[in-house]
Write a protein that binds this ligand. Structure first.
Ligand SMILES: [Zn+2]
Ligand SMILES: [Zn+2]
Length: 329
């Protein structure tokens, strides 16, 4: 099969031919149709996340068809369309796994990070961590649901009943969250890089009632904010824009250092929290609600062999919505 592999952080991915992997007893072998790109892929490729299993096939928003199943992977059969998310396995017996917080498992392993992912024609995955893909979503549009959608949904749930919701960084996750938030009757305020009028127009198209520069004050005090951009300086900005008692959720896996800020902008029972990974329950909930809204994903397709160009476009903020590799197109 063809695959794009990372030999070492900071180097471009390299296209290779390699054997199709064999599924283990609890794994399914999947023919990959599409694989979404995620900012986390950039953090891995650029070396900001320190524990990739090298050489690595990145990619953790995989949509494909099961072609073979291991002897104990009974839930899925050949021909089933499945999605593979970031959470690839957990220990199943630690304090986190036993309390509904498997996203925090210390032994968790992640797709496209410690487990080979979807920048390839085939992949294997533990069937217990795969999701059926809702009917009606083409492969291309389904891919971004699997991380941008899931992590976005988990981040949104952490904002409680917030009616005025700020979103900092309007990429793949934000464009999905905005649609869910609007469906729930919330008002979305989108904050972009200063002067990025293209992203601001896109945010308004996706239902934001206001879109502006990340250093601007919104027209209404926010009840909560979600930060998807990996810029630590946005945290004090978001706290200043958020009303007393509100929460600021950091939705990314990596962020630059947060500058010091005066206690008074946290005072008033404001809360700062992060969101880490996903649970399988998040996936089941989100994939059930997405077709009802229905969430529509804006995607820009790239062929598998153009993975480096796609990563560059994402790094440069040149993607409206989500970049997706089309593997079998
Ligand atoms: Zn565990
Ligand atoms: Zn991701």
């Amino acid at each position: 099969m063809r695959a794009m592999i990372l030999d070492a952080p900071g180097r471009p991915l390299r296209e290779i031919e390699m054997p199709v992997p064999e599924p283990g007893p609890e794994q399914v072998l999947i023919k990959v149709h599409t694989c979404g790109l995620c900012r986390t892929d950039l953090h891995i490729v650029d070396g900001e996340l320190k524990e990739p299993a090298l050489p690595l096939i990145p990619g953790h928003q995989i949509v494909g068809t099961v072609v073979a199943a291991g002897e104990r992977a009974g839930q899925f059969a050949a021909g089933d369309r499945v999605g593979v998310p970031w959470l690839g396995s957990t220990c199943n017996h630690c304090r986190y796994c036993l309390s509904g917080r498997e996203n925090l498992c210390d032994k968790a392993r992640f797709t496209g990070y410690q487990i080979n992912g979807g920048y390839a024609e085939y992949t294997v995955a533990d069937y217990r961590f795969c999701f059926p893909i809702p009917e009606g979503y083409p492969d291309l549009q389904a891919a971004p649901l699997l991380c941008a959608g899931l992590i976005g949904y988990r981040s949104l749930m952490m904002t409680g009943e917030a009616g005025h919701l700020g979103i900092y960084g309007f990429g793949a996750a934000a464009h999905i969250v905005a649609q869910v938030a609007r469906y729930q009757g919330r008002k979305v305020y989108a904050f972009t890089r200063p002067g990025d009028v293209e992203a601001q127009r896109f945010a308004r198209d996706m239902g934001a009632v206001w879109a502006g520069d990340c250093r601007e004050a919104p027209p209404e005090e926010l009840d909560a904010a979600i930060i998807f951009a990996p810029d630590g300086a946005l945290l004090p900005a978001a706290l200043r824009a958020t009303a007393k008692g509100g929460v600021v959720v950091c939705g990314g896996i990596h962020m630059s250092d947060i500058p010091t800020f005066p206690y008074e902008i946290l005072w008033g029972e404001r809360v700062v929290r992060s969101v880490a990974n996903l649970t399988r329950r998040d996936g089941e909930e989100f994939l059930a609600i997405a077709p009802k809204i229905p969430v529509h994903t804006e995607v820009r397709p790239f062929p598998l062999s153009a993975a480096n160009e796609a990563l560059d476009a994402l790094r440069g903020g040149k993607i409206s919505g989500a970049a997706v590799l089309v593997v079998d197109g």
